[in-house]
Structure formats: structure tokens, C-alpha cells
Design a protein around this ligand. Structure first.
Ligand code: ARG
Ligand code: ZN
Length: 439
């Protein structure tokens, strides 16, 4: 062996050695997932194809590695990797289906989202230095879990008399599950629960729930009686492991990150894991699918923690609000069966009122409807569970912006107005509940 080769070997050995250290392994799950030239397609008339026994979404998922973004009675949004585009296109034409291209490069959308956020945060830091405020929270960018949890701690220390911060459990990867309670009169008050971030990639959801928290607390003393008279439980991130994974490794990750006992796949869809219609339609028994329901009802730590926390507090629990994206819809039970709840006319009226107010405030169109009609039947949802198990009246899943132009990758410049839309729903529901009896 000649000298240069030896030198190279030594260099290589030096470079590789840290990777092979005994406590380190190369984990494929930590390699960032890229979406260069991956396309987002919207495919109409899939129900027709379904009647011809062609499960379009499932086949695109399994044969062409597609990633389903949204599936409802009217269309299917699915992303397809660059090297599968050709094959997927011929599959579609063979079944006389047509795709509308919503995005021709998902990686570009992801890169632009990140850059816009970094710039907004940088200019925000300039402003903060001048104002000498403590919090690094703002609504021109999406934030990591640490920033969100610091913000919650800050709220608690600013209002020690009315705010409590609970750790209601831990995740599979050991992160805390945190809930804030805001209350002037915990015993007598009617209660509202608000959560976000059940699905990791729906970043606008935790952003909206932290904004709701900010709206409540920045002006608490001047809030009307129907807001100050409630006990608010607020959980901005129900799925911290998934959220962090979507920030570091795969922007389009949906589930939590618990390892499967069956195979190499990770994650359970927490919104298919609740104990209501769990064994039914709309979820998968395959741990590799995005809508995997888990090994049993409430098999997941996140589900268990939330269900136990709420079950203990079901007295006077009037509302369960859960924020998702995307689609611009306000939907109410049932989702697990094609039946409306008994008092659906009230839920429809309050949902429509929220939609009207949103239209006045930001000009965005939201639609209020019963879940199974517009999103299809799906069991195991937290919304249905809160109604079925706890008897909560005002149960809404809010699908925030947009309608598919950016989907989950909503540019940070839209956070503020979208969050305001989310707040408008909470405000409208609080008003519908009315003041607690003790005043
Ligand atoms: N996009 C949400 C999901 O798929 C909608 C939730 C509606 N409620 C339900 N129980 N499926 O989870
Ligand atoms: Zn969701």
C-alpha cells in the first residue's frame, strides 16, 4: 500500500470512528426526510373509483409510496415522491382518474416555510431587545416544544393565583405532557378543554392554541363574564414526540412515535386511538399506515393521560375543542357512525355562528357541518370520545387553514389570522355556554 492510500485510510478511520463508537448507532429514523420535486395531487371522483373497487388512496400509498394528506367524500390529496410520479400517473390514467397538481415541489414549500419563519423570528428578536420583554413567543413563526413550554411556564408565573400548570404524563420518548388551567373559581365554574397538536404535521394547530392562551391572558381583567367565568384547560401539544419529529426529521409526520411490537414501523394515530368506535371504519390495523389505530383502545400514553385527566374532571365540562388542519371546517359528532348527535341543531347553529364571525373578521370561509358527512366515517377520535364517554355538549373539531394551496405547510405569514379564526371559535362557544351559575 502506498503512502497516500494509508493517509486516506487513517483520515477515513478518524472520520468514521465517532459514528462507530459503542454507544452510537446509525438510526435510519433520524435521517431527515426530503421531498425534492415531490408533488401534491388532488384527485377527484375517488368515490366513483371506489365503487369500481379501486381503493385509490390505499393503492397509491402502498404501490407508489404516496402520503395521504387529506381524504374526504369529494377528493383525495396525496403527495407522491419524484421517482414514483411516472408510475403513479399511469396508474391514474389506467383507472380514468385525473390529478390536479396542488404543488410541484413539496421540498420547496418546506424550505420557504422555514426561511420565512427564521427571518420573522430574527426581526422579532430585534423588537424584543428594544421592548425588553422576556418571552420569545410570537405568532410570525412556528416554535419548538421548548419555546411553547417556556411560554406556558411564563403564563403560570405571571398569574400565580389563577393559573396552574399540570404535567399529566410522559410520552414514549420521555417528554412531558403539559396542560394549563386558568380559573378564578375552579369548583363552581363550567369547564372548557382546548387541545392542539394531536397530529404532528399540523403546525398551525399548536400555534393557534398558544395564541388562544395569549388572547385570554393578555387581557384577562377585561374579558367578559362568559370568558372569565369559565375554567379553561389548555393543552397546546398533545403529541410532543411527533411534533418534534416533524420539526427535525419528517415535516409530514402525523402520528406519535411509539415503536410497534409487530414490525419496524413507528407511531399511532392518536385521533384513531380513543375508546369510541375503535374497531370500526376509517382507521388501519397496520402499524405502518398513517391512520394506525394502535394495539388497543387508549394503548398510547398520550391518549391515556388525556382521557384520565378529563374523566376526573367531567363534572361541568361543557366543551371539548380540538384544533387540526387543514380544510377550514368546524365539525361536530358523530364521526364514528353516520348519525347526528341528538342536539345537533344547537351544535350546527353555534358552529355556523362562529363561521359567520370568522368571515366578518378575516374574510375566510369556514363551513360548519357534521363530521361523518364531510370527512367520512372514522372511529377512535378524541372529539367523539369526549361526547360518548363524558357527555360533553359543545364538541368541535376545528380544521384550520387552508384548503389545500399549502396544506400542512402553511406559510408563517398566515399564522396570526388563522389563529384569530381559531380564537373566534373558542369565543363563540364560550358565549353559547353562558356564565356559570355562581357568577
Ligand atoms: N382530520 C381529522 C382526523 O382525521 C378529523 C377529525 C374529525 N373527527 C374524527 N373523529 N374523525 O383525525
Ligand atoms: Zn389532524
Amino acid at each position: 500500500m502506498t503512502r497516500p492510500h494509508l493517509l486516506m485510510l487513517l483520515l477515513l478511520a478518524g472520520a468514521i470512528e465517532p459514528l462507530l463508537a459503542s454507544n452510537q448507532t446509525l438510526d435510519v429514523n433520524e435521517i431527515p426526510q426530503r421531498y425534492d420535486e415531490a408533488q401534491l395531487w388532488r384527485i377527484y371522483n375517488i368515490s366513483e373509483a371506489m365503487q369500481r373497487r379501486v381503493p385509490v388512496g390505499q393503492m397509491l400509498e402502498q404501490k407508489f409510496g404516496g402520503n395521504i394528506w387529506k381524504e374526504n367524500s369529494k377528493f383525495l390529496d396525496i403527495s407522491i415522491a419524484r421517482d414514483q410520479l411516472k408510475a403513479a400517473r399511469s396508474f391514474l390514467s389506467a383507472h380514468r382518474l385525473d390529478a390536479q397538481i396542488l404543488s410541484d415541489n413539496i421540498q420547496t414549500m418546506i424550505d420557504e416555510e422555514l426561511l420565512e419563519g427564521i427571518q420573522a423570528t430574527a426581526s422579532q428578536q430585534g423588537k424584543r431587545a428594544k421592548k425588553a420583554t422576556r418571552s420569545s413567543m410570537h405568532w410570525k413563526d412556528y416554535h419548538d416544544l421548548d419555546t411553547i413550554y417556556s411560554f406556558m411556564r411564563e403564563i403560570r408565573s405571571k398569574f400565580p393565583n389563577i393559573v396552574r400548570l399540570y404535567t399529566i404524563g410522559q410520552t414514549a420518548e420521555g417528554r412531558d405532557l403539559k396542560v394549563l388551567r386558568i380559573s378564578e373559581n375552579p369548583r363552581e365554574n363550567k369547564k372548557v378543554w382546548i387541545d392542539g397538536g394531536i397530529h404532528a404535521r399540523e403546525w398551525i394547530s399548536p400555534a393557534t392554541v398558544t395564541f388562544i392562551l395569549y388572547q385570554l391572558m393578555s387581557n384577562w381583567e377585561n374579558q367578559p363574564a362568559h370568558i372569565r367565568g369559565l375554567t379553561w384547560y389548555i393543552m397546546p401539544v398533545m403529541n410532543p414526540d411527533g411534533y418534534e419529529y416533524s420539526r427535525t426529521t419528517n415535516r409530514l409526520w402525523r402520528k406519535n412515535r411509539s415503536p410497534s411490537r409487530q414490525n419496524q414501523c413507528f407511531g399511532v394515530d392518536l385521533n384513531r386511538n380513543f375508546d369510541i368506535g375503535w374497531n370500526g371504519y376509517g382507521s388501519s390495523t397496520n402499524p405502518c399506515r398513517d391512520t394506525y389505530r394502535g394495539s388497543s383502545p387508549a394503548s398510547e400514553l398520550e391518549t391515556k393521560a388525556v382521557a384520565e385527566f378529563l374523566a376526573k374532571r367531567k363534572y361541568n365540562l361543557e366543551s371539548y375543542l380540538t384544533y387540526h388542519s387543514y380544510g377550514q371546517m368546524i365539525v361536530y359528532p358523530w364521526a364514528y357512525k353516520a348519525v347526528k348527535v341528538k342536539d345537533s341543531s344547537i351544535l350546527q347553529r353555534v358552529g355556523s355562528l362562529a363561521a359567520e364571525r370568522i368571515a366578518q373578521k378575516t374574510g375566510t370561509t369556514y363551513r360548519a357541518a357534521v363530521t361523518h358527512e364531510v370527512l367520512g366515517i372514522a372511529g377512535g377520535g378524541s372529539d367523539d370520545w369526549s361526547r360518548a364517554a363524558l357527555g360533553v355538549k359543545y364538541v368541535y373539531t376545528i380544521e384550520l387553514r387552508d384548503r389545500g394551496a399549502y396544506g400542512f405547510v402553511l406559510p408563517p405569514r398566515y399564522i396570526k389570522d388563522t389563529a384569530l379564526e381559531g380564537w373566534t371559535v373558542a369565543e363563540t362557544v364560550a358565549q353559547a355556554i353562558g356564565p356559570s351559575s355562581s357568577g
